[in-house]
Every structure is written in C-alpha cells, then in structure tokens.
Design a protein around this ligand. Sequence first.
Ligand SMILES: [Mn+2]
Length: 488
Amino acid sequence: MVYSCGLATSAESGGQQRIRPTALTGPVGHQKFSPKLYLTPCPTAKKRTRHPQGLTQPLPLPLPPAFVAPSDQPAHPALHAMKIAVEGCMHGELDKVYDTMQRLEAAEGIKIDLLICCGDFQAVRNESDLQCVNVPPKFRTMNSFWKYYSGQAVAPYPTIFIGGNHEAANYLWELYYGGWAAPNIYFLGFAGVVKFGNIRIGGMSGIHKQHDYYRGHHERPPYDNATIRSVYHVRHYDVLKLMHVKEPLDIFMSHDWPLGITEYGNRERLLREKPFFKEEVNERTLGGESAAKLLNKLKPPYWFSAHLHCRFPAIIQHGEDGPTTKFLALDKCLPGRNFLQVIDIPSNPGPYEIQYDEEWLAITRRFNSAFPLTRMPCTIRNEELDIEDDRQWVRSKLNARGAKTFDFVQTAPPYDPSRPVYNPPIAVPCRNPQTESFLQFLELPYLLDSSNPGGADINVSSSQAAPALDNDDIELPDEVEDDEDDEE
Ligand SMILES: [Mn+2]
C-alpha cells in the first residue's frame, strides 16, 4: 500500500506550506487515511496570534518535498471520520488538556472521539503513589488525575495512554496488561494493543536504556533509588511481544522517539528549537532503539511520541514501494506549546468503545509463561513463535464473552485535598481485580507479585550470556534533562 501525505498549500501564506483545518487531500493509489490536522495552542497561551475563531493557528509543517501531494488532489469521498486528539506528555494536567479539547471543539464545530496520550501521564491517586514517581521531591505535586480517579470529575473523552518515565509506577504495574486507571481512562499496559471502533492502537510504555533491556521486570513497590528509575525502562520481552503483531496497526505510541527519526524530518528546525540535541542528533543517538525496531517492523500509518518536549513531524518511507509512517512528536501541556493535535481517521460510525484485541490477547497468552520477573538478564530468542493455536482459543473465548474490557475498580484511597496526608503509607504491591479478571479470562496465572525466572515451555534461555554492560550502564543525561525540563 502506498500512502501519501496530503498537504495543501495556502495561497495566503506566501507560498509557505501550511496545514489548514480543511487541508484534506485524497488518495494516491490506495489510501485508507486522509489526514486532517489541527494545531492547538494551550488555552492560556498568550504569545501566539490567533485567527478569528480563536483556537487554531496553523503552523508550518516541515515535510520532505517528496511527500507533498499536489494540492488539486480530489478530496476523499465522504466517509465517517473519527477524530482523535493526540497529546504529548500529560504530567498530570488532565484538567487543562480536556479543557483545551472542549474549547477546540467549540471553536471548530467538531466532535472529538478519543484522546491518546504518549506518556508521562502521572496517574497519581494519592500521596503514596506520588512517592513512586521519579521526579525530584519538590516537583511532586498531585495535579489533577486524582479527581478523575476519585469520581469527582469524569473524563469527557475516552482516553488511552502509555507510560513514560514519570509515572506512578506502582499503579501502572498493577495494570501491567492494560486496564482502566480511572473511569474512561485506559492504560494500554507496558505493551499493548486495543481496538477503538475499527481502529487498532498499539503502544509501548517507558524509555529505552540498553543496560536494563534484557532484564526481567524485577521492580516492585516500594521502590529504592535504583528501581524507581529502572521500572520504566523498556524490556526486550515486551518488545518481542509487540514484534509478533502481524495484523496492521493504525496507530502506535512510544514515549521516547524512535532512534534515528530526526533524519526523516526537519533537523535544522529541531536544532534551532533545541540546540542541546545537536550532539545526539549528529551521533544518531537521539531516541530509543526499541521504538526504532518496532517502527521498522510494524510500519503503522501513524506513530506518535513525546518525552523530548517539542513538536517534531517526520515521514518515513519503508522501502521503495513500502508503506509510509507519519511520525509526530508533541510537547507537554504548557502555554504556547504544541502539545495537542487532532487527526481524522476514516472509520465506522460510532459510538466507539475500547475493546480487547484478539491477536494481542493471543500473543499475551503465548508469552505469559515466559514472563521474566527477576533482575537476571534473560534472553528470549528472537525467532518467531506460532500463535495460531492461541489465536483460535482466544477467538472462541471472545465469541463467548465479547471483547469488552473488564470494569474499573478502585484499589487505593483517592487523595483528599481537605485532608492531605503528610506521611503517606509506603506503597506496597496490590493485586488489581481488573488484572485478576483479565488473567482468569485468559486462564493464566497471576505472576506480577512473583519472581518467575522465565518459563520453560517457550523458547527462553536464561543461561545465555547477558550482553556485557557498557557505557550505557551509566545513567544518560536525557533523563536528567527531562527532570530539569519538568521544572518549567
Ligand atoms: Mn518523559
């Protein structure tokens, strides 16, 4: 399939290519998606000039000229379009992001169907959770997730998020396989794929650090200074599960950018905005290796990331006649920053619901016995596993029960602003009933509080030599920068 990114040239913009809300161009060859993009400044943004409607201000989108379609392309035939808002890092600012979306809807006369967030969500329920977030103590603030967790507020849009490097790690671990973090707010899991209507969304939580890549998920609350940082490092096991996804994904999310992605967009512009990326960009070390591997394998039409707190679009052509991925990194929610973008994806008409994905459940079932849960480096051979039997099994289970996700359950007391706790109890492992129901459904054992060295009935070898530790074993500066950046 050949995808082409449609981009209309605005006559008023002096020949400069700009995306307009109406910049919908049609297919070149077979095209499933017609991108329609909105750019939104934060509602509190002061600096940016606004057009009469108030909210959307087109910005230049630097794309390689080869991917700019002629502006006289016929519009895609009228299909129902699902509108998905994509957000960079949330940092617990749910109130602000939802408010921006509602203002955008009013200004544009549109209805947004879904919010997806690329990590640093900070699903902090109470003071104990806050102790599990890797941020300097002075930046440990409750923000607004707890309102949605407690029921004081209700998420006005279905929301799907992945984890980043600033998370209530204890809470996300309860929901390792994915689940409702709050009503209408779904965590995709450490790795996961779900369906929303007929749109298939995949994602991977965390950031890549080579020195932890082959370890098991050994971190359990309460965390020490080491595990509070390593808990969000991407593991080979989860990447391998995602590498087994064969059916096309529509959207994929990773918190860190795929390594080398800067070569597919406007590097100069990026470096003008973030000059301190120069060395990493030139040495091709900016971004995560796991995300790059997955991008090469999964080749989704859309890939979204966050983490580096700036907007960066890119287009990746996979081989000469291969499909194209439109990549977009977004900022965090601050005034005047590009933290939100709305895309249109032709789809079945709603109402939509987040549902389990058959292929992903089969992969989960196939891999669960090999779930590495110790610090021991564990190499699972890269060879492809046949999941067809699991697929059949899952299909019959889904046919019998339906693909509806298990319901949200509160597992910790929500923060109470009228009675703040100054010495919160230390977070301890908790079995989330959603995870228990999910595992019972798949007839799998609960392993999240155990130390499974790796099962024997799958191609696992924990006796293989671990990759030697290298310079990467020293914490790299990007986390420090990221922490510093959070001071804003
Ligand atoms: Mn981050």
